[in-house]
Design a protein around this ligand. Sequence first.
Ligand code: NOJ
Length: 535
Amino acid sequence: MNEQIVAAGELKWWQRGIIYQIYPRSFQDSNDDGVGDLRGITARLPYVASLGVEAVWLSPIFTSPMRDFGYDVADYCDIDPLFGTLGDFDALVTEAHRLGLKVMLDYVPNHTSSDHAWFRDAITGPDSDRRDWYVWRAPAPDGGPPNNWVSFFGGPAWTLDPTSGQYYLHQFLPSQPDLNWRNPAVRRAMGDVLRFWMDRGVDGFRVDVIWLLAEDDRFLDEPENPDWTPGSVEHARLQHVYTQDQPETHAYIRELRQVLDEYDDRMMVGEIYLPVEQLLPYAGTPAQPMVHLPFNFHLILLPWHAAGVRDFADRYDAACVAAGSWPNWVLGNHDQHRFKSRVGAAQYRVAQTLLLTLRGTPTVYYGDEIGLQNVPIPPERMVDPAGVQQPDVPAASRDPERTPMHWNTQPNAGFTAGHVEPWLPVDDAFASLNVEQQESDPASDLNYFRALTRLRRDHPALVGGAYVSEDSGAADVFAFRRTLDGEVVTVLLNFGSASQTLGDLAQGRTLLSSVGDQPVAGAALRPNEARIVLR
Ligand code: NOJ
């Protein structure tokens, strides 16, 4: 356990700091076209720095037809004009670094856009030099797709190229063909993409669907998932034993890591939805490192109950200690409904406190610091292909969590000047739920968030300290301690709506309470209260 107790100064930036995810389309529009852009983000970086976070991660900003809003890249080494220019990007990096913020980009290696020059060449025919940069198969004997693989957005994962009579693979939209990572030329080209951005000063990468890079080359049908229920997304109908988490993928990630290690102090965090046993191996070993952080999405996926969350935190922390890998935690991102809507408004600060006090790097989704919730999107405004393609699955659309940031009470919440309709509707709640109003309210969610990040700075136990959970004696209370160099910080989280007397556990000086005032030592934990106590 001792090796896990680390003074903050000995930690790398991606271990000690908080990653703040910006969805560029929705952060700040600077040119009045209704879509956020790089200049808008740069103008807002002082706000981001004021949150006490370490790094900004930008969802894709590269040249793209935007059929999946940038996760369909047509040129990995340029900026889409919608977002600005390479010059705007350089200015963003300079400003971020001046403010002490690291910059992370979204790297999308599994697939390109069908508009990418590589695919346009590949689809000219089997003789194309780039043909083998993508995954092609002959039809099944009946002329249909080569096997039963399905796309994440519903429908077959194969599309017929009528000219050659072959099908190509796409785990997402037909306009997002999968790259063939078995081809060394693809791996070299994609390594060069990382170098291109690191040469421009980029500090790290969030790697899109990294656990999908390779497919089993027998192309067998995937088995049915016995737990699938009709009405849920079609992709979950199969068990993805041949399209996910393949041994080759691990090898390709080791190669990517070598590219990162050509540079100083860079990092990558991999998007991976897998159980802990399959997740942690993605960090690799000291001799063969892989990603610095394999994203841990389990707080998103677990039911919101004290016992279940404690059990998971115990298991995950212990597994990280055993594997010698650094933990991380996520409550929200651009693919998941807003956590405040998920756990309920009463539990919002409990969840926020948990995220920022567990051992490991937290990732925060823009707007969660002021308590943005899912925004209902009228059907005619729905734009997310995951929703548009699966109209019978109401939760499939990711639009509700991608709406514009609320800055102030001006039209469109200050996100865009108000002359054009923003690309997604602004939540009507913005008049009373915005940054400007929360700045001036000491009891606001924004200032609660800042109080949490300040505590992380002032109490190194909350960053590098060991984690151990405690029996609280109350089914609804998850209690844990963070300890470092004799400092003991206790975190008490009431997942329920009744007050709870905790006795000795609550003794000590209250550093922060989500309910506002500073209760006396040992006072009962109030309904839905999060409290941080120094022994
Ligand atoms: C995962 C991304 O987070 C999601 O937004 C995107 O649609 C798919 N990958 C495809 O790139």
